[in-house]
Design a protein around this ligand. Structure first.
Ligand SMILES: *Cc1c(COP(=O)(O)O)cnc(C)c1O
Length: 423
């Protein structure tokens, strides 16, 4: 599919870079993107993030800046904050963190001292680097103790989490992660945190859009702090937010600025405001429920084809496939599927006997395909492509992969992606 030329000024000033952007537009238009942390933002979000708001320095917070000329910027940030508070039902929101990782670092700075014990889910079990994993600053500067999922169920065992918390007495407890196909029991985590007097941080980066759309329970009544990126299911620009009760507002704001960051990225703040406005509309609620319906239908179709799914299925937008019984590694499968126009990432599965750079699993999700308007009627086809693609990748059958590529293109042509130039 050839797309019309976009970004004329960029093309004139820097044709080399413009060509790369155009190639990326084509790639996002012409591939079935199944990476669960990715999405398509709207043209409105794209436009907001490319505005002259980016020309401003605004250290501080609305009404309390260290720079003059903030008449408009203050209103932009206040709008984003008010919309976040209304959408998530929280008393305080900070929209300045540059991304999810620095947002989490700010939480450490607000509530812990170097060397303190912190608890989170282990990375290979589905947690995030910033929840105290060893290679991360959070695991080097703090004493990270890590929980996992049960080998027999693939699910978090809250009795194990409680036992570990009682033994280790962490200052912070993180719940949430990057490869969790099941609903997070925020109430149970809050109970455990209360028992050991820890601060409970719900890191909902992956599921924020589902929470906003009412398709996953909200942590707002239970968590001391909610951390989220804005660019995954929430469908905003690359950025993050920290939310809390009013009692923690000061500590969080001080930690983000001046504790960790300088000037906020105002163009991103504006795009977050737009995304939050979009997320408050009925159409977003429908999208969030469709993401889950599509993931459940896709999981069923994969199970029917004999695939092993960690935890046996999904409650949300994400599916973790264990390819061990297929005799194909996650990396070989992911690279083959990529050549078939189906973009996934290779991923460890819990208790993976293989190494992280060539693990046993692939991780897939439905946010991006749902944003393209694909529904449950399409996911049986997706499951078939994955099935044929994994087999072809294992067999090195490039002809079979190209055949899938043609079929993928035929479907995508009828469902143009938001935010991209259309032919
Ligand atoms: C994506 C993610 C992050 C980190 O976000 P970045 O913007 O990539 O730094 C943190 N926590 C969880 C659970 C995530 O899924």
């Amino acid at each position: 599919m050839s797309l019309p030329l976009s970004h004329p000024a960029l093309l004139a000033a820097d044709p080399e870079l413009a060509a790369l952007v155009a190639a990326e537009e084509r790639l996002q238009s012409d591939t079935l993107r199944l990476i669960p942390s990715e999405n398509y933002v709207s043209t409105a979000v794209l436009e907001a993030s490319g505005t002259v708001l980016q020309n401003k320095y605004s250290e501080g917070y609305p009404g309390r800046r260290y720079y003059e000329g903030q008449q408009n910027i203050d209103k932009v940030e206040a709008l984003a904050v008010d919309r976040a508070k209304a959408l998530f039902g929280v008393e305080h929101a900070n929209v300045q963190p540059y991304s999810g990782s620095p947002a989490n670092l700010a939480v450490y700075l607000a509530f812990a001292e170097p060397g303190d014990t912190v608890m989170g889910m282990a990375l290979p079990m589905g947690g995030h680097l910033t929840h105290g994993w060893g290679v991360s600053a959070t695991g080097k500067w703090f004493r990270g103790v890590q929980y996992g999922v049960r080998a027999d169920t693939g699910r978090v065992d809250l009795d194990e989490v409680r036992d570990l918390a009682l033994k280790e007495r962490p200052k912070l407890i993180f719940c949430g992660g990057t490869a969790l196909p099941r609903t997070i029991d925020f109430a149970a985590f809050a109970e455990i945190a209360r028992e050991v007097d820890a601060v409970l941080v719900a890191d909902v980066a992956h599921i924020a859009g589902l929470i906003a759309g009412g398709a996953h329970p909200s942590p707002a009544p239970y968590a001391d702090v909610i951390s989220t990126t804005t660019h995954k299911t929430l469908r905003g620009p690359r950025g993050a937010m920290l939310m809390s009760r009013a009692s923690h507002a000061k500590a969080i704001d001080k930690a983000v600025f001046p504790g960790l960051q300088g000037g906020p990225h105002n163009q991103t703040t504006a795009a977050i405001a737009v995304a939050l406005h979009e997320a408050a509309q009925p159409a977003f609620c429908a999208y969030a429920h469709q993401v889950v319906a599509n993931a459940k239908a896709l999981a069923e179709a994969l199970l029917a084809r004999g695939f092993d799914l960690v935890s046996g299925g999904t409650d949300n937008h994400l599916i973790l496939m264990d390819l061990t019984s297929r005799g194909v590694s996650g990396k070989v499968a992911a690279k083959g599927l990529d050549r078939a126009g189906v973009v996934v990432n290779y991923n460890t599965v819990p208790y993976d006997p293989r190494k992280p750079f060539d693990p046993s699993g692939i991780r897939i999700g439905t946010p991006a395909l749902t944003s393209r308007g694909l529904g449950v009627e399409h996911v049986a086809m997706v499951a078939e492509w994955i099935d044929r693609g994994v087999a072809a990748a294992g067999a090195g059958d490039e002809g079979a992969l190209s055949a899938i590529r043609q079929e993928v293109m035929a479907l995508l042509t009828t469902h143009p992606a938001p935010g991209l130039p259309q032919s």
